[in-house]
Design a protein around this ligand. Structure first.
Ligand code: PLP
Length: 392
């Protein structure tokens, strides 16, 4: 009998990938499937970014790089973070990683162990919970509530901190809800954190540039009073339509940056070199591509939310960020997961059930509007047909 370590008995999963696999299998068998399941932009990576990677390969820049990433890229990240947050970031605190996910993996491994508490948003990105469980730490969900527009509550978060709390994970704009936490709440949280100087903060800001209706992204990096314990997670996947390139970054507190470097040396060595040159072109090149993508997402958001609200038993708040709608489906009489499964199998629409994002996700579905407007509207009509058929 092979015996693996207990962490592997506890590690979780990301069901959006299982939904993607099932949707692709159904498509391959000839079914017509509209995929609103997976969270990735449906746009091509802009040409000037692709060309920078091709040029790097042609120029022979395809060897190992520094474990933390090439210096020009770390400098570009530091400059970009400074421009957006006014934070004083030196490039030696920046660590380039193969996708934003790797930063959460590192941070949770650094602070999680049996006897420690880690707070995480629920509903939230499933890997937070999964990695906390892996370490044996106690996973403490911070409820993210529809009545707050899916913003997190500073008071509720602070109230859950115990002497055992080592790390608080925050995410705004948020997956799966599209919620954006307003400035007042973030300021209140930072103020309250002064009472807990030994608690680290992981702020996942990967959707920080995907905002609508004039919503403001308030980066935790803009508060110098927590700079010595803030891990800022960001990357290129969503902003520049680069999910498959596997490229992300973190800004670490000075005393943790070298641990992150060692983790890189002990696992993946460095991020693939051409992807890093692509990331450099993305940050230093024209930014109109980002604005264009966000404008297109906004057009779809304005269509999907009223369409969802027109469905029997479905209500949806208007998300102010990311590219997800998170409608409340309790009025349909269905539990969320069976509904998501039935919608895929019977109606040919892939969505993700709210419980895949945590216990507080029951009663909701996540629909990614990273699909064409025509497909989104067709998907809603399929859902309507399904609900009318099945609910009579
Ligand atoms: N953080 C959040 C909130 C996400 O939704 C995702 C991807 O879906 C990630 C991090 C991971 O991004 P990456 O693909 O760069 O690893």
């Amino acid at each position: 009998m092979l015996k693996t370590t207990p962490g592997f008995d506890r590690i979780g999963d990301e069901n959006a990938f299982a939904v993607l696999a099932r949707a692709e299998a159904l498509s391959a068998s000839g079914r017509d499937i509209i995929n609103l399941g997976i969270g990735q932009p449906d746009f091509r990576t802009p040409d000037h970014i692709v060309e920078a990677a091709v040029k790097a390969l042609r120029d022979g820049r395809h060897g190992y790089t520094a474990a933390t990433g090439i210096l020009p890229l770390r400098e570009a990240v530091a400059a970009d973070v400074h421009a957006r947050t006014k934070a004083d970031v030196s490039p030696d605190r920046v660590v380039i990683v193969p996708g934003g996910k790797v930063t959460m993996h590192m941070a949770i491994l650094m602070f999680g162990e049996p006897g420690a508490d880690i707070l995480y948003p629920d509903p939230g990105f499933p890997i937070y919970r999964s990695m906390i469980d892996f370490t044996g730490a106690r996973a403490v969900p911070v409820p993210i509530r529809e009545e707050n527009g899916f913003a997190f509550s500073a008071e509720e978060t602070l109230d859950l901190i115990t002497p055992e709390t080592r790390l608080v994970i925050l995410n705004s704009p948020a997956n799966p809800t599209g919620g954006v936490t307003p400035r007042g709440e973030i300021e209140k949280l930072v103020e309250g954190l002064a009472r807990f100087p030994d608690v680290a903060v992981l702020s996942d800001e990967i959707y920080g540039r995907m905002l609508y209706d004039g919503a403001e992204h308030v980066s935790l990096a803009s508060f110098p009073e927590i700079a010595d314990r803030l891990i800022l997670l960001d990357g290129w996947s969503k902003t520049y339509a680069m999910t498959g390139w596997r490229l992300g970054y973190a800004v670490w507190p000075r005393r943790l940056a070298d641990l992150a470097r060692k983790f890189a040396v002990n696992s993946y060595s460095c991020v693939n070199a051409p992807a890093q040159y692509a990331g450099l072109a993305a940050l230093t090149g024209p930014q109109a591509c980002v604005a264009d993508m966000v404008a297109e997402f906004d057009r779809r958001r304005r269509a999907i939310v009223p369409a969802l609200n027109s469905l029997p038993g479905v209500t949806s708040v208007t998300p102010a960020g990311a590219f997800y709608a998170f409608p409340n489906v309790t009025g349909t009489g269905w539990k969320a997961k069976p509904l998501a499964t039935a919608l895929l199998e019977d109606a040919g629409v892939a969505t993700v059930g709210g419980p895949d994002f945590g216990i507080f996700g029951e009663g909701y579905l996540r629909l990614s509007y990273a699909n064409s407007l025509d497909n989104i509207l067709a998907a809603i009509e399929r859902i309507r047909g399904f609900l009318e058929r099945r609910n009579g």
